[in-house]
Ligand binder design. Sequence first.
Ligand code: FAD
Length: 578
Amino acid sequence: MLTEADANSNTKVIRSNVAIVGAGPAGIVLALELAKSGIDVVLIESGNPKFSERIQALSDAGEIDLARHAPMADCTRRQLGGASVIWGGRCVPFDPVDFDDRPYVPHSRWPIEYCEIAGYFQRASEYFFCGRAEFDVEDAAGVERRPIVPGLPNGDVISTSLERWSLPTDFGREYGSALNHSSNIRLLCGITCTEVECSADGHSVTGIRGRALDGGTIRILADQCVLACGGLETTRLLFCSDRRHPGGLGNHSGQLGRFYMGHVSGEIARARFSTDPRHTAYGFDRDQDGVYVRRRFSFARSFLHRFQLANCTCYPVNPKIHDPAHGNGVLSFAYLALSSTILGKRLASDAIRKAAIGKREAVSDWQHWRNVLFDCPRALAFAATFGFRRFVKWRKIPGFYQFSAENCYPLHYNCEHLPNPESRVQVGRDVDEMGMRKLRVDLRYGQTDYENVIEAHRHLDEYLRSHGCGALEYLTDDPVGHVKAQASHGFHQCGTTRMSSNPVDGVVDPNCRVHGLENLYVASSSVFVTSGQAGPTFMIVAFALRLADHLKRVQMNGRRIIKKSTVASSQSSSSALA
Ligand SMILES: Cc1cc2nc3c(=O)[nH]c(=O)nc-3n(C[C@H](O)[C@H](O)[C@H](O)COP(=O)(O)OP(=O)(O)OC[C@H]3O[C@@H](n4cnc5c(N)ncnc54)[C@H](O)[C@@H]3O)c2cc1C
């Protein structure tokens, strides 16, 4: 039987081999992989295929410092596909150095080796449609083998490493039909998991409990449960499932919610290259599959160890588009388009728009119109070609970069946010519409985070100068203060259920299983021990693939497989509760 009435209530009960909570990239990839092996999966998702403000509000934080953290409405998405509905689409793996023993970075030791996850990169790339898992121009077929600045060799600084872009891939849209048509997946949308249920002895979980906004409830009994609710909601659900484990599941050593990391990012300098401006590789290339790629400056593994630096990358970008002083008609056109309520929302998500246009009231539009007028032919040509590539094409151009005749480009940095137990999330007293306690978010940066950024710039400057390729110019006399002022995140939610071999040091074990619970797993960037320089999503999917392989082995080791033919038809909405 697919559903049966709970003995004492109207709660429906579903049985499955594996219950997955959350249908963002992690949950979707995991469900599809398990289903391919004949494992019966129930995937429950709080959101629906269509966005709902009311469901989104379930993610609102109880306490949050908006100077340090984006509003939850901008950095999470309660919808089928999760935050991939609104993300930028940049795909970058972690580096070997992230998994090295780095005694100079406290709390940074991963309990697994880089090679244990690198083997999943190609399969992850396929889910993203971001081409081959080749992240250096030396390896990437079809990409011109040249550094950012002509004549700058790879050494302590590397300028041939690549970022790749997905479509940007909205996992709900791309895989919704595969989920609905799989004979081994039951996708239940519009149902929020409010509790993970524990066995009486507290050593395992029996299943999960879910609710729809209209009040209907459901229990899913499963051999294994996986929480894939995103880096913050997964942790919140563990905190809220405290019936048998006071303080929350996985909080045996008080580590749950700690080590919350994003990235340290912003701009403090521009690079003025002294080479031929026409040969600066500042923008996008496309590989042989048509995938957009971009070079950036990074540092050699041995160099980071020698100077005891955190991992950091920088790349040339456009001048701030909201400042009309750039005098560039294309940039002003982009500003006006992004700040228009109707067009802007179609071009990028609210978070990305806000980052690009800055504080709108601070700028007067007429100066931008003036720039567009004086640069009309270029602005019109840009509107036509960019519009076509962004709106019409399946693979969308991720953005645009403007050539600088002065060969001078602002540098955007993306630096590792160091693990810090005091940077954390907890649950407070306020509750959401489902009665779940809301998060108190306290994302913290430390002095070493700021100094790493400064050191990375200092070394890059020295490297450019020593090879006669240019130099950095700082945008302010107080670079540390400037890094500090820009330090804010929330889009990359890492660390709050960190992985450890020893239960004392973390929440999940190297297989992403919650310590002390034999069948509860986490598929999320919350398991990351460090944040690296990369956005988390590529690694989230690589880890989801690795977890899928582990769960397949667990299921095959003598556990029964529930055949879909013996249960009723697939459910794809909260009508499962009806
Ligand atoms: C504006 C923006 C830009 C970004 N750009 C990039 C980028 O360029 N590169 C990059 O690597 N990363 C980027 N990210 C981060 C990226 O979107 C996330 O890392 C990724 O979506 C995380 O995937 P996930 O499956 O772990 O979680 P999510 O995508 O957060 O999905 C979790 C799902 O779980 C559901 N859920 C939550 N709680 C419950 C519950 N209690 N019961 C049932 N369901 C629940 C949610 O509705 C959601 O659908 C960006 C994020 C944002 C917001």
